[in-house]
Design a protein around this ligand. Structure first.
Ligand SMILES: [Zn+2]
Length: 460
């Protein structure tokens, strides 16, 4: 057998470190997860579907039909949870002018619930869109129950807010739960939300959208009750900007272009968020699998994470394993004598509860962890087969973790922990030429922040 450099590196790595530990045991997690109940989610999706249509331009004065009734109902449901919890509920609205999918100026209302953390400047956002559509995206009056697209994501976010607001263990980061409108008309509510939240003095550290998460079955009989897809890639907006050429990119994206050029194309913030969510879900939901997809979304399609992603923020999308296009964006009707359309009966509530729990595990562990470190670098000022890293201190961090993986591996593989005083580390025998490195901040209870890619720099 020929001994390759790769095999040698594989032999050397474990000697220098340990394999990446899973997220720590968390006594508070069980009680959190147990609050997510399929029956309650079914009741709420049935209520949303019963508004007939939730088209963004549908009527707003009726109490029983249209998007106005739907958003008032969502707000009322959250207000009920806010009675005995710190949840803060409200609406944010703006008037969207006439556009490609907006026939007349239309009020777009996002319903939001905020769970204040110890640090009001660190924001974690999770969304679903409560607007719906049928085959004609401009049909504001025909039935569009939208049970899966996206009452499933909306109800997930509604349940997450109520469950996390009742957590016995407080969160460090502030979590903003959003039921947004205007998705089907061009991501209008999410774009407005991104603009409002991405302001000086606070940072959206992570954003997750849940869109079409209610079915474990495909049209051809495929069945995957223990899997979900997670679209997590930050490189795509950079490539699109480069192709478009004209507009100057957001300053954060310009910085990420540098990072990508320095070997970090697979390590932009969205990818780190994807890795975090996958490992948390798989740790706290044994048997459940997150299929990490290094793409911004499904082919030629989009979702509410994109306005955040295009600002260079860590934003990702959960979607069920097989979309059933016979029911999605369809009119409610009979096909060969069988009902078709986005109906309640096609939602798998046990599955939806599982995906909601996957969100919960990822959100809670991230909100319990410190902020990710800044100034992460590999010191490449000298030629060496060891790797020297440095980073800046993080408020409240109890330690730091250097993580690394093979250049073609999707997830972090090895780790070495350092104390709260450490600002640099030497990983002996693991070459920066062969491995990808990142650094995380650790909380006192072992929860790790998002990893930050370490680009090589030639001097201080
Ligand atoms: Zn959708």
């Amino acid at each position: 057998m020929r001994v390759t450099a790769w095999m040698l590196a594989g032999l050397l790595a474990p000697a220098a470190a340990q394999t990446l530990p899973p997220p720590p045991p968390e006594p508070a997690m069980g009680a959190l997860l147990r609050q997510i109940k399929p029956e309650a989610m079914k009741t709420q999706i049935a209520a949303l579907a019963a508004f007939g249509t939730r088209h963004t331009a549908s009527e707003t004065t009726s109490e029983t039909r249209g998007i106005g009734a739907a958003r008032r109902w969502i707000e009322a449901q959250w207000r009920a949870c806010a009675k005995d919890t710190p949840l803060q509920v409200g609406t944010r609205s703006h008037i969207e002018p006439v556009g490609r999918r907006i026939a007349a100026p239309t009020e777009i209302v996002n319903v939001v619930a905020t769970l204040p953390g110890k640090d009001p400047k660190r924001l974690i956002v999770v969304s679903g869109h409560y607007d719906s559509r049928n085959a004609d995206v401009m049909d504001a009056s025909g039935d569009a129950p939208g049970a899966n697209d996206d009452a499933s994501g909306t109800v997930a976010v509604m349940q997450l807010a109520c469950a996390m607001a009742r957590s016995k263990k407080p969160f460090d980061a502030t979590i903003l739960f959003a039921a947004v409108a205007g998705e089907e008309q061009g991501l209008l509510g999410a774009a407005q939300l991104a603009k409002e939240l991405d302001v000086d003095g606070q940072l959206v550290e992570a954003m997750i959208t849940n869109d079409i998460i209610g079915s474990s079955r495909g049209a051809k009989g495929e069945y995957a009750p223990l899997r979900v897809r997670l679209f997590a890639d930050g490189l795509d907006p950079l490539l699109r900007l480069a192709l478009r050429g004209a507009t100057p990119p957001h300053p954060r994206l310009a910085a990420q272009q540098q990072l990508a050029a320095a070997g970090g194309a697979d390590d932009l913030p969205a990818a780190q968020l994807g890795r975090h969510l996958a490992s948390a879900a798989e740790r706290y939901l044994p048997g459940f699998q997150v299929d990490l997809i290094a793409r911004r979304d499904r082919t030629l399609r989009g979702g509410d994470h994109l306005p955040f992603l295009e600002r260079g923020l860590a934003a990702v999308r959960f979607t069920e394993p097989f979309e059933n296009y016979a029911n999605q964006h369809q009119n409610v009707r009979l096909v060969d004598g069988k009902p078709a359309g986005d109906l309640l009966e096609f939602v798998d509530f046990e599955y939806l509860a599982r995906v909601t729990k996957a969100n919960l595990a990822g959100l809670a562990t991230l909100a319990w962890a410190p902020a990710p470190p800044a100034g992460v670098q590999i010191d490449a000022s000298e030629l060496s087969n060891d790797t020297r890293l440095r980073w800046q201190a993080v408020n409240g961090a109890a330690g730091y973790r250097v993580v690394w993986r093979r250049s073609e591996a999707a997830r972090w593989e090895f780790a070495k922990d350092f104390g709260a005083e450490a600002r640099d580390a030497l990983i002996a025998g693991v070459s920066r030429d062969d491995w990808v490195f990142g650094v995380q901040a650790l909380g006192a209870d072992g929860h790790a922040s998002l990893a930050v890619y370490a680009p090589p720099v030639s001097g201080r």
